[in-house]
Design a protein around this ligand. Structure first.
Ligand code: ADP
Ligand code: MG
Length: 508
């Protein structure tokens, strides 16, 4: 079959797609004998005076870009074969699918969406450093290769087009896809690199939720929302999305450029930090006891031709808001032992004051129930009654020792150590349970020394309730809070953790 040949060099083999500005073909460069992508622009555009010069100028600028995330521009020209000049652009052929096609197959795992947006930001960081603003970042202009890498196409084209459109319409409105247009593109103001960051915000929203932030019946309605509407929270459509990711999108979508991220690097850093916050963080090995891990892994759809590198984290990202993780850890085992001891103590007659046996029994049951959710919280609940019983048996009691200075000092020191242990256990999500156990022993021994009347059981009940509520609230907050993980090399930490075989079961 005869193929069309442009500029006596590029043989158009197959049409890859058709967009607002023209048609993209897979082609063979006969001179260099390689596959390329050729975009022919509609003949109408070629009729616009000066368009060709502008188009060539922008293509030359874009050709200076050299980055793995940017589809390289090889050549630009016009073919006079059909009578009128038909402008075309020759660029690197990217095997793979545009994100618009990938999205049509369904939602991506959060970690993958974040990874892809991060790669787009890397590419933009490079182009912005070369003073090239893309101006038409959208899923159709981001190609995903089989190895999970991203290549942004169409650098420079939007600029050439917007200049023509500005002249034709008096505004830049005619150019770009309404769903991703920044306010400054709509009202004809100056654009700069932050215009692209706005579009990445829209892109990320769509990658996470399947739809851009603003939709409507008409382009006009969408543009009006870009100018005036409060951006919707992506988490409203994607439950469980870390609030930090919402916040990144919200910031990128500021109407006023000065309120957005200063540059692509800053936005990428914020996104990475937000991703660290994603409950996805640990790359966990599912165990027989972790029914959810297995189910998610088995049921995870293949979102793209080849699972990108963020995939394991992506799977983990699809977890329940209240993370219940059954994994044997030292902290979990100690919490279980505490449940057992609290149960034994509740059945024995060591302390026959007030309702202590009921409280100990309640603590044992509560600890067992809370254990799968948070071993730390379980430790805080069950080791209280155990420590109280031990304190009662302890010889360090003022009743028998009196106000002997030595013992007062020891009791005071124990009290101080208890405060430190509580602070450590309150903060440490991974294995704070151990510190909380130490808190109970030192703290109650100290309390027992100073209060040797009947009130101390009341003091104990108040402490038990207070500690349970404080740690419980902190665990809850930690599970919903944006991560502190930006700086922490997660992978390494988790790998080390896994290697040590002590991955916090039920972290928190
Ligand atoms: N360099 C390329 N390599 C491979 N396919 C491409 C390339 N550039 C574009 N395409 C494909 O061609 C389609 C049409 O592109 P385009 O004409 O720019 O329209 P739009 O970007 O509006 O979809 C894209 O969606 C993409 O699937
Ligand atoms: Mg395109």
């Amino acid at each position: 079959m005869e193929h069309r040949i442009l500029g006596e060099r590029y043989e158009l083999v197959e049409q890859l797609g058709h967009g607002g500005m023209g048609t993209v073909h897979r082609a063979v460069d006969r001179r260099l004998r390689r596959t390329v992508a050729v975009k022919t622009l509609s003949a109408e555009l070629a009729l616009q005076p000066e368009f060709l010069a502008r188009f060539q100028r922008e293509a030359h600028a874009a050709a200076a870009l050299n980055h793995p995330g940017v589809a390289t521009v090889h050549d630009v020209g016009e073919d006079a074969g059909g009578g009128s000049a038909e402008p075309y652009l020759v660029m690197e052929y990217v095997p793979g699918r545009a994100l618009s096609q990938v999205l049509a197959d369904g939602l991506l795992p959060v970690a993958q969406a974040v990874d892809l947006a991060g790669q787009v930001l890397d590419a933009l960081e490079h182009s912005h450093r070369h003073a090239i603003v893309h101006r038409d970042i959208k899923p159709a202009n981001v190609m995903l290769t089989a190895t999970g890498r991203v290549k942004v196409v169409d650098f420079g084209i939007a600029k050439a087009l917007s200049e023509v459109a500005t002249r034709l319409t008096g505004t830049g409105v005619a150019v770009g896809t309404p769903a991703y247009l920044a306010p400054e593109q709509i009202n004809g103001a100056e654009t700069d690199h932050r215009t692209d960051l706005y579009a990445v915000g829209c892109l990320l929203h769509e990658l996470l939720t399947g739809r851009p932030p603003y939709t409507g019946d008409s382009p006009f309605s969408v543009m009006h929302q870009h100018l005036a509407a409060v951006p919707p929270a992506a988490s409203a459509l994607r439950p469980g999305l870390p609030p930090a990711v919402d916040e990144v999108i919200r910031r990128a979508l500021h109407k006023n450029r000065a309120d957005r991220f200063a540059d692509a690097t800053e936005m990428k850093a914020a996104l990475d930090a937000a991703a660290g916050a994603a409950p996805a963080a640990p790359v966990r090995t599912p165990t027989a006891l972790d029914p959810r891990a297995g189910a998610v892994a088995a049921g995870a759809p293949a979102p793209s031709p080849a699972p990108p590198r963020g995939e394991p984290a992506g799977r983990a990202a699809r977890r329940w808001p209240a993370r219940v993780v059954f994994r044997p850890t030292a902290e979990g085992a100690v919490a279980l032992l505490g449940c057992f001891l609290a149960l034994v103590i509740s059945r024995s007659e060591v302390i026959e004051v007030g309702r202590f046996s009921h409280v100990a029994l309640g603590a044992a049951v509560a600890g067992a129930v809370l254990l799968p959710w948070s071993a730390r919280l379980a430790c805080a609940v069950v080791w209280g009654p155990v420590a109280e019983a031990v304190a009662v048996w302890s010889e360090l009691s003022r009743g028998s020792l009196g106000w002997d200075t030595r013992y007062v000092v020891i009791a005071l020191l124990l009290g101080a150590v208890a405060a430190l242990c509580f602070a450590a256990g309150y903060r440490d999500e991974r294995s704070g349970g151990f510190a909380l156990i130490a808190f109970w022993f030192t703290g109650l021994t100290s309390v027992w020394f100073f209060l040797d009347d009947l009130h101390k059981i009341g003091v104990f009940y108040v402490l038990l309730l207070g500690v349970t509520l404080a740690v419980g609230a902190q665990v809850l907050k930690a599970r919903t809070r944006p991560p502190r993980a930006a700086a922490e090399p997660r992978g390494t930490a988790d790998a080390a953790h896994a290697a040590a075989g002590t991955g916090a079961a039920a972290r928190g």
